[in-house]
Every structure is written in structure tokens, then in C-alpha cells.
Design a protein around this ligand. Structure first.
Ligand SMILES: NC(=O)c1ccc[n+]([C@@H]2O[C@H](COP(=O)([O-])OP(=O)(O)OC[C@H]3O[C@@H](n4cnc5c(N)ncnc54)[C@H](O)[C@@H]3O)[C@@H](O)[C@H]2O)c1
Length: 461
């Protein structure tokens, strides 16, 4: 009886009626940056939603109504409502909720290891557990970013198991809806970005499309298969990684020629087919660098030696932190000082502005080089106050962080840093060197204030 109530065995009309009537149960596995907002959207759309995470502190915090993603505007109210109304329940125990769920949605991490090889161990381990736990008729949706072909060639085999207890398309449904939202604006992206759906069979694709149409007010685009949907996700992010690398390379060239890349980009973007990207200290976060390496790994899996362009792009972006250090050394030379024993304040350690996230942040290698140079390092980041970050206790106040500093290295363009007054810096710093890897301080104002200024892609001020 229970088996027939599972979503894969319903008629199209029954699926629609069950979704509309809130009779579908969804289990979101992985309640991080993406999974928690996703789960709250499902619950807010009236579906009975369970959340599972191995992080017991996170789970007990959520159960105590604490919303952990303070840097994601627009969610806290939805979160509190769905918890209050009992539509969203969380646990650390997968086995407690999977059998009760019609749909299992995976939002698990897919990082890479120290050698830049994609690491799918979390998702494969959960896949092994699901093999034992799912009931017939369940639909599984992978939102995590995986390489094209991972679902068809690897994940389905894990779910079916060696015993072939259940067969995809017959006993359970398997599909993807790769997540494309951006940290810091996930609510906005959930409201506006179209979503791609792929599945191993047509019925599962229709079911997933109906559910996402109910939950998200955006266009749901059915894709020909899972690997194509996953390829789109990687292509958009690799495109961005590569374009940033191209602009970073030009930025270094233009510094030598005495051309300010900001002026070039402002004018270039007036042309209809130029899509502007900006230089910076490197590209971090859980997506762009990892996605480029996933694409490189895919090429190797299919017998190519590598993807030359993507590999070079990665090398350029990864070398930008060294360029920041070169700019710093050059500015110290002008001042007649050594970096060793100087007081250096790093402004911003997050991998992107206005977000509390450190994954693969270029700040880490900049700080590591500063340590090698024996500088005295302090950090101020409004999202990391009084915390141990990259081995350093962060400052709690901007002003006290600035006092006594010989140089400031701006790594992250947090909103709080946009209005920094060069005159103020000149009056408070011990020495007056600014390395602006994000170009948030106007170099002419910096020069007028008497600062020694270096910016990426900027002629010497
Ligand atoms: N963060 C982003 O900007 C973003 C954007 C688009 C896509 N993605 C993709 O979405 C996926 C999730 O990313 P994220 O940023 O939300 O990750 P995250 O690290 O913020 O969250 C992952 C969560 O999964 C939990 N977890 C780990 N192992 C688990 C297990 N065995 N069982 C249950 N829970 C487990 C962790 O405790 C954590 O809370 C990744 O594939 C990522 O590439 C991320």
C-alpha cells in the first residue's frame, strides 16, 4: 500500500493534486548555504519538508529557531514561519526521514582535494545509505554540482547497488536540478533565475518539473538529460573563471604600459557584445575554481590530456595572490621600507563581498606569503570579528585595526569598505601604503591624500 502512494507511481493528475494539496513529503539532505534556503522554500510552498544534516550543532540550532545564514537576506522570516508552523523538521538521522519521503533532494558538498581532484565522497556515501533506505517509488534529485556523466555512469549504480534491489526508472526516479544561485543573493536568485531539470526517464523529469514549478516562481527548463543539465552549470561558471583570468592577465600587462584597466573596461562595456569582468586577487568560493577543475577532470576521464584554456585560466587566477604581494613589495620599495617586521592589515578575508565564507579565498595565500615575509599581520573583516582565521585572531573594530598599520591590503570589496576615505587612512596609519586588489579606492584621491597606492590593473599613482 505504502509503495503505491510514492510519487513515481502516481498519474500526472495525482502528482499535480498531491503537490497542490501539500501531500508530498520532501527530504533535503545537506542544510548548508544552498540546502537550507532550498528546504525553507519547499516548506513555504506547503510541502511537508524534512531536513537532514550531519552537523548536530547546526541541526540543534535550527531546531531552536536560530537561522544560521545571516548574510542571506530575505530568508529569516520564511525560516521562522515554516519552523513555527511545523512544516519543516530537521534531524541528523537520515534513516528516520528517508522512508517517509516521496522526494529526496541532495544538496551535499562536492569540493576538491588538495590536488584539485573533485571529491564526490560525501554524495557517494549518502548514495550508499539511500540504496538501503529508500522505498519504491521515491524520486531522488541531485542539486549538488557534479561532472556531466556522474549521474548516468556512477551515481545511478550506487543507488541500484550490486544487488540491483531497485532499478532506476522502474523502482525509483533519478534526476538533477543543478543549483546556480549566488551566495549573498540566493533569495533573489531563487525568485529570478530559470532552473534546469534533467532526469534518467521522462516520467521523473515531468514530476521534478511539476514540483519545481510549484515551489519556485521561475521558468523551469526541461533538459534532454542529466549530463547536459550538469554541463550547463559547469559551462557558465568556467566561462566566468576564464574571463576573469583573461582580464587579470590584461591587468598585469596594462600596469606595465601605464593604462588603467578600469578605464578600458568602462569603455569596452559600451560595446553590445562585450561582457565585462573585473580583475582581482584570485577567484575563490565553493563554485568557480572547483567547477573549472571538474571540467578538467571530465576531459581527463574522457581521454584528453587536459583542457588547455581552462588549465591556463586557473593558473593565472591562482597566481594573482602573488601579484598582490609583488605590488606590496614595490610600494614598500618606494617608501624605502621592508615588508619584514612591518604591520600589515588585511581588509577582508571572505572569498566574495558581503558573504561569510572562506572557501578557497585568495586571502589565504596572500596571508601565507605575508607570513613567509615575516610581516606582522592583522585582519579586519566585518563577517569575521574576534575569530581565528588562517591562524590569526581577527580584529573587532575597523579604526583600531587601521591604527599602527604600515600597509593595508584590500582583498575583499565588502560594502563596509566602499566609503573608506583616503584622508582618514593617511591620518590614522603609521605608514601610508595601500594595496587595493579590488579597486575600491580612487587612486587619484589616494595620491592627493599622500598615500602610496597600488591597485591591480592600475598605473602607479
Ligand atoms: N554555495 C554556493 O554558492 C553554491 C552555488 C551553487 C551550487 N552549489 C553546490 O551546491 C552543493 C552544496 O553546496 P553548499 O555551498 O550548500 O555546501 P555547504 O558546505 O554550505 O553545505 C553542505 C552541508 O552538507 C552537510 N553534510 C556534509 N556531509 C553530509 C552527510 N553525509 N549527510 C548530511 N549532511 C551532510 C554539511 O554539514 C553542510 O551543512 C555543492 O555541490 C555546491 O557545489 C553551491
Amino acid at each position: 500500500m505504502i509503495e503505491n502512494s510514492k510519487i513515481l507511481y502516481m498519474s500526472g493528475q495525482e502528482v499535480s493534486d498531491s503537490i497542490q494539496g501539500g501531500k508530498i513529503s520532501v527530504c533535503v539532505v545537506g542544510l548548508g548555504r544552498i540546502g537550507l534556503p532550498t528546504a525553507t522554500y519547499f516548506a513555504n510552498a506547503g510541502l511537508n519538508t524534512f531536513g537532514v544534516d550531519i552537523d548536530s550543532e547546526l541541526v540543534s540550532g535550527i531546531n531552536s529557531k536560530e537561522f544560521p545564514l545571516k548574510d542571506e537576506p530575505g530568508y529569516e522570516l520564511i525560516f521562522k514561519n515554516v519552523i513555527k508552523e511545523g512544516k519543516f523538521r530537521v534531524t541528523t538521522d537520515l534513516s528516520e526521514v528517508v522512508p517517509k519521503s516521496d522526494v529526496i533532494l541532495l544538496s551535499l558538498p562536492t569540493p576538491m582535494n588538495k590536488n584539485n581532484i573533485p571529491d564526490y565522497s560525501t554524495i557517494t556515501s549518502v548514495g550508499n545509505q539511500l540504496h538501503d533506505l529508500i522505498c519504491k517509488g521515491t524520486v531522488i534529485i541531485v542539486e549538488s554540482t557534479v561532472e556531466p556523466g556522474f549521474i548516468e555512469n556512477t551515481f545511478v549504480k550506487i543507488l541500484e547497488g550490486e544487488d540491483h534491489k531497485f532499478i532506476a526508472g522502474k523502482d525509483f526516479g533519478l534526476g538533477v536540478c543543478p543549483e546556480t544561485a549566488n551566495p549573498g543573493q540566493i533569495n533573489n536568485d531563487f525568485q529570478n533565475l530559470p532552473r534546469l531539470v534533467g532526469a534518467l526517464d521522462e516520467k521523473t523529469k515531468i514530476i521534478i518539473t511539476k514540483i519545481y514549478n510549484h515551489v519556485f516562481p521561475v521558468e523551469i527548463i526541461p533538459m534532454i538529460n542529466c549530463k547536459t543539465a550538469n554541463a550547463v552549470k559547469l559551462t557558465t561558471n568556467v566561462f566566468r573563471d576564464l574571463n576573469i583570468a583573461f582580464i587579470n592577465e590584461l591587468a598585469i600587462l596594462f600596469e606595465k604600459v601605464g593604462i588603467d584597466i578600469s578605464n578600458v573596461l568602462e569603455a569596452a562595456k559600451t560595446k553590445y557584445n562585450f561582457q565585462v569582468h573585473y580583475p582581482g586577487p584570485g577567484v575563490g568560493g565553493p563554485c568557480l575554481p572547483v567547477n573549472s577543475y571538474q571540467m578538467i577532470n571530465l576531459a581527463k576521464t574522457w581521454g584528453l590530456e587536459t583542457l588547455q584554456m581552462v588549465e591556463i585560466g586557473r593558473k593565472i587566477n591562482e597566481s594573482m595572490s602573488e601579484h598582490v604581494i609583488e605590488l606590496l613589495k614595490d610600494a614598500f620599495k618606494e617608501k624605502g621600507m621592508n615588508v619584514g617586521n612591518s604591520n600589515i592589515l588585511v581588509l577582508g578575508v571572505a572569498y566574495k563581498p558581503n558573504v561569510r565564507g572562506l572557501q578557497l579565498s585568495p586571502a589565504e595565500s596572500i596571508i601565507s606569503s605575508l607570513k613567509d615575509l615575516k610581516a606582522n599581520i592583522s585582519i579586519y573583516d566585518p563577517f569575521f570579528k574576534n575569530e581565528l582565521v588562517f591562524g590569526i585572531n581577527t580584529e573587532s573594530e575597523f579604526l583600531s585595526a587601521v591604527l599602527e598599520s604600515d600597509a593595508i591590503v584590500i582583498v575583499t570589496a565588502h560594502k563596509e569598505f566602499h566609503d573608506i576615505d583616503p584622508e582618514f587612512l593617511k591620518s590614522k596609519m603609521r605608514s601610508s601604503i595601500i594595496i587595493d586588489s579590488q579597486r575600491i579606492i580612487n587612486q587619484h584621491s589616494a595620491k592627493r591624500a599622500g598615500l602610496i597606492y597600488r591597485g591591480i590593473g592600475c598605473e602607479k599613482a
